[in-house]
Write a new protein. Structure first.
Length: 52
């Protein structure tokens, strides 16, 4: 998979699931800032594992 294709896949994944994950984490952490940080960390880890 090319780097461009990996970026598109992560972008699509984020677009489809980022808000859901942020809302779920906000409910469980009771902190919108912590939830946003965790979502960012999650997608950064996904990108690292994809070789980006």
């Amino acid at each position: 998979m090319s780097a461009a294709a990996a970026t598109i896949d992560v972008s699509a994944l984020y677009a489809l699931h980022g808000d859901w994950l942020r809302n779920w984490l906000r409910q469980h952490t009771r902190c919108s800032y912590r939830a946003a940080d965790l979502v960012q960390d999650t997608f950064c880890r996904v990108m690292e594992r994809m070789g980006r």
